[in-house]
Design a protein around this ligand. Structure first.
Ligand code: ZN
Length: 327
């Protein structure tokens, strides 16, 4: 009975805590039009430009305010009693962040952060998920290692993509290029060929960094899974990448996001290592809103909320309601 009463009350809009917490950090990867026939796992990394623009207007119309990572850091340090703050963060360094997302953020004067993996502007990123997509779309059957996969229908193609993706994620990431070539020995694939089309250049990144709206932040050299690395490897991945970005943009890197960043790749041990690197803020891919209690987790594990075209503003208040998500 009590449970029913609580459920009933929480469904009445004015009783429901519409926006739990003080802020939401949205996690995006790409802002680009959807591609016809594109496979779901890749397309799901995008929001469309129209969606982003509409969402910014909807947030603004409902009294939300856009802030930067530096401002969030100050709010948590000072324990300012604020609410309805929104942050946009984009991971990895895709070219559309510069070409499509930036003009939208600029138009509405919205701060945003880009977490740069340095292999992207260096054009040495292994964007195997796009080569795999092309391969699956272009073939009715795929031979990967010892196994043959039938991928005729769109449903089959999506399923095969996920199966092969699992295989690739289990390869030794330190020797990924070599291991990919062994796994796909039946095909001639230039694993670096997508870099030019999909990754931001240093020139793009430098230009973004000169705009006060944009915070350039760290996201490692190679986007490895942290809990598969040793302590010194994690430190090198983070520190070397930041030094390289700092050299290019002439500014200090004070914010960081874990590669992947879910509970499967980052735990307490890894967060302790990153804590010692003294960032102002560090974000994960764990799902949750920000509360004032997150002060103690600012430099190791602030949760975010993944943004996709299916996201609805009403959901903000329902995300792990009143629960402080850390690690
Ligand atoms: Zn990433």
């Amino acid at each position: 009975m009590r449970r029913q009463l609580i459920d009933f009350l929480s469904n009445i809009p004015f009783v429901n805590n519409y926006f739990s917490g003080i802020a939401t950090i949205f996690m995006l990867h790409r802002v680009a039009p959807f591609e016809k026939g594109g496979l779901f796992p890749n397309e799901n990394m995008k929001v469309s430009p129209e969606f982003l623009e509409g969402f910014i207007l909807e947030l603004r119309g409902n009294g939300y305010e856009f802030i930067s990572l530096d401002e969030l850091y100050d709010i948590l340090q000072n324990q300012d009693d604020v609410s309805k703050k929104i942050l946009f963060t984009l991971d990895d360094g895709y070219k559309d962040n510069y070409e499509i997302a930036y003009p939208i953020f600029k138009k509405y004067n919205v701060p945003f952060a880009v977490y740069v993996t340095t292999s992207f502007p260096k054009k040495s990123a292994l964007l195997w998920w796009y080569q795999l997509e092309d391969l699956i779309i272009g073939n009715d059957e795929l031979v990967v290692g010892e196994k043959s996969f039938i991928c005729k229908s769109y449903e089959e193609k999506n399923k095969v993509f996920l199966d092969v993706r699992d295989k690739i994620l289990n390869l030794n990431q330190r020797f990924l290029l070599k291991e990919l070539n062994v796994l796909f020995e039946n095909y001639k694939i230039d694993w670096l060929s997508k870099n030019r089309e999909l990754c931001m250049s240093w020139k793009d990144i430098v230009e973004l960094s000169r705009d006060k709206l944009c915070t350039i932040a760290g996201h490692t050299k190679s986007h490895y899974v942290f809990n598969k690395l040793e302590r010194d490897e994690i430190e090198r991945e983070v520190i070397d990448a930041n030094k390289e970005i700092e050299k290019e943009i002439g500014k200090r890197i004070e914010h960081f996001a874990y590669p992947f960043g879910s509970a499967n790749e980052v735990g307490k041990d890894e967060s302790e290592i990153v804590k010692e690197l003294n960032f102002k803020t560090v974000t994960t891919a764990r799902s949750g809103n920000i509360y004032l209690n997150h002060k103690q987790f600012t430099n190791c594990c602030l949760p975010r909320v993944m943004l996709s075209n299916s996201f609805r503003l009403e959901s903000i208040g329902r995300i792990r309601k009143k629960r402080v998500v850390a690690l």
